[in-house]
Write a protein that binds this ligand. Structure first.
Ligand code: UT7
Length: 441
C-alpha cells in the first residue's frame, strides 16, 4: 500500500416511499406472491413517485452521507455516480448531482450494471491512493422501474428503485478499502440487455413497438453466472487483502435473489448471520443495492469499528466485482510517510505556481498583441517605400487595413474561431490567413 488509505466516513440512502407489493403485482401479471417469494425472496420493492428522479434520490442519499462525515458539498473533490438508469443520456447524471448538491468538483458516471457501486468504490480508492483527491463521494442510484416492462412477469417482479452513497476520505491508518476485484465477460452480454434506445437500435416507432427499450433477461443464464462469480470474486478479494474468510465479519452481497446469496454463502462456508439480506423489502435495486444494504446494516448496528466487510456483486455486462473494506480505525495507528504528510501543502504550492505561470503568459500574449498591431503596419509601410510598385502598394495597403481589422478583437467575426479581448492569438491566426492569398511575403 502507498500509505494513503481510503476510509468510508459517511453514508446515506434514499428509497422512494411508494411501495409495490407482490400482491400488487398479482393484479398486474400472471404471478403469485408464493412464486416470487420462493424463487427470489422478494416481498416488496420501492418505486419512484412524482418528482423523484435518479438525481433527486442521489442528492438525498449524498446529503445524509455528507452529514455523517461532517462535510459540506464544497469539501468534496470528486463525485462518481454508478447507474444504468440515468435521468438523461446527456448531460451525465454525475454533473446533475454535482450541481443539485451544490458541490464544485469534477463528476463522472460509471455504468457497469449492478456492480457499478463496487466499480465506483474501487475507482474512487485509486484517486485517493494516488494523491489526486482526498475526499470522494461515491453514489449508486437507480430508477430501474423506468426500464421494466410491467407486462413481463420474468423481470417486473425483480426490480426496485433507490440510492445509496458513501464519502470516501483519505486516511493514514491502514483501514478502509483493502482490496478489490473487478471482472467482465462481454461474451454473455445478451443475457441481460436493453436492446433499444442506443446507437445499435436507435429510438423509433419500430423500436418502441418491439418493446426494445425494456430490460430483457435470460434469468437462468444470469443465475448460473452469479452463483459461480459471487464465491470466486469474494475469495479473490479476501486473499488480495491478505485475509482469510474467517477474518470477514460481514458479507454484503448484491441483492438480486436470496437463492443466489444463500448458494454463495454456502460455497464460502459463511453462516447467514454474517450475510446482509434486505431484498425482501427492496428487490433488486441494481447499483444501489450494495450501498443500501450497507447503510441498513450500519443502522442496525451490524457494522462496527475494526470489522472487515466484503461487498460482492454481479450484473449486466456481464460483470462481477468485490471489495474488502476495513471499518473504522485500526487498533495500531501508523505514522504517515513524510512525503504524504506534506503532499497537500505541496499540491497547493504547485497549483499556485501554475496559476502564476498562466497569468504571466496571458500578460505576455496581450502585450505582444498590442505590439503587433502597431509594428505590423509600420513594418509594411517601411517595405512599401522600397518597392515603388503602385499596384502592389494598393494591394498591400488594403491588406494591412484588413489585417488590422482582423486582429482587432471586437470587430472580428469569423465563425469557428475563438475570440476574446484577452486572447489575441486566434485573431492573429485569422490575420495570417487573410494576408497569405494576397501574395505578401
Ligand atoms: O442484477 C442481476 C439481475 N438478474 C438476476 O439476478 C437474475 C438471476 N436469475 C434469477 O434470479 C432467476 O433465474 C429468476 C428469479 C429470474 C427466475 O427463477 P428460475 O427459478 O430460474 O425460474 P425459471 O426462469 O426457470 O422459470 C420457471 C418457471 C417458468 O415456467 P415454465 O416454463 O416452467 O412453465 C416461467 O415461465 O416460472 C415461470 N415464471 C413465473 N411464474 C410466475 C417466470 N417468472 C414468473 C413469475 N411468476 N413472475
Amino acid at each position: 500500500m502507498t500509505g494513503r488509505y481510503s476510509r468510508i466516513t459517511g453514508w446515506g440512502k434514499y428509497t422512494p416511499s411508494r411501495i409495490l407489493t407482490n400482491a400488487d403485482l398479482e393484479k398486474m401479471v400472471d404471478t403469485s406472491d408464493e412464486w416470487i417469494v420462493t424463487r427470489t425472496g422478494i416481498r416488496e420493492r420501492h418505486i419512484v413517485g412524482p418528482g423523484e428522479t435518479n438525481a433527486t434520490m442521489s442528492v438525498a442519499a449524498s446529503r445524509q452521507a455528507l452529514d455523517v462525515a461532517g462535510l459540506m458539498p464544497k469539501d468534496i473533490e470528486l463525485i462518481i455516480v454508478a447507474t444504468s438508469s440515468p435521468d438523461h443520456f446527456v448531460p451525465a447524471i454525475a454533473s446533475e448531482v454535482q450541481y443539485q448538491l451544490g458541490a464544485e468538483c469534477p463528476a463522472f458516471t460509471i455504468s457497469t450494471g449492478c456492480t457499478g457501486f463496487v466499480y465506483a468504490l474501487a475507482t474512487a480508492h485509486q484517486f485517493i491512493a494516488t494523491g489526486a483527491y482526498d475526499r470522494v463521494l461515491v453514489i449508486g442510484s437507480e430508477v430501474i422501474s423506468m426500464f421494466v416492462n410491467w407486462q413481463d412477469r420474468n423481470t417486473c417482479v425483480l426490480f426496485g428503485d433507490g440510492a445509496g452513497a458513501v464519502v470516501l476520505e483519505v486516511s493514514n491508518q491502514p483501514s478502509g478499502v483493502q482490496s478489490f476485484v473487478l471482472g467482465s465477460d462481454g461474451s454473455s452480454g445478451n443475457a441481460l440487455i436493453v436492446r433499444g434506445g442506443g446507437c445499435a437500435y436507435p429510438m423509433s416507432h419500430e423500436m418502441i413497438d418491439d418493446k426494445a427499450m425494456y430490460i430483457e433477461m435470460d434469468g437462468r443464464k444470469v443465475f448460473k453466472f452469479a452463483t459461480r462469480v459471487m464465491g470466486e470474486a469474494t475469495l479473490e478479494a479476501v486473499e488480495k487483502a491478505g485475509l482469510t474468510l474467517a477474518d470477514i465479519d460481514l458479507l454484503i452481497p448484491h441483492q438480486a435473489n436470496l437463492r443466489i446469496i444463500q448458494l454463495a454463502a454456502r460455497y464460502l462456508k459463511l453462516p447467514m448471520e454474517k450475510v446482509v439480506v434486505n431484498l425482501d423489502r427492496y428487490g433488486n435495486t441494481s447499483a444501489a443495492s450494495i450501498p443500501i444494504a450497507m447503510v441498513e446494516a450500519l443502522e442496525e448496528g451490524r457494522i462496527r469499528d475494526g470489522m472487515n466487510i466484503c461487498m460482492v456483486g454481479f450484473g449486466g455486462g456481464l460483470t462481477w466485482a468485490a471489495a474488502v473494506v476495513g471499518w473504522g480505525q485500526p487498533a495500531q495507528p501508523v505514522e504517515w510517510p513524510l512525503v504524504w504528510r506534506f503532499a497537500p501543502a505541496g499540491r497547493k504550492v504547485s497549483m499556485a505556481a501554475t496559476r502564476l505561470r498562466l497569468q504571466a503568459r496571458q500578460l505576455a500574449d496581450v502585450a505582444s498583441y498590442h505590439a503587433s498591431s502597431v509594428l505590423l503596419p509600420l513594418y509594411t509601410f517601411a517595405g512599401l517605400h522600397k518597392t515603388g510598385d503602385k499596384k502592389r502598394r494598393i494591394r498591400i495597403v488594403s491588406c494591412v487595413l484588413l489585417t488590422q481589422h482582423a486582429i482587432s478583437p471586437p470587430s472580428i467575426g469569423v465563425p469557428g474561431t475563438q475570440q476574446t479581448d484577452q486572447c489575441p492569438h486566434p485573431n492573429a491566426r485569422v490575420a495570417s490567413h487573410i494576408i497569405w492569398p494576397f501574395g505578401i511575403g
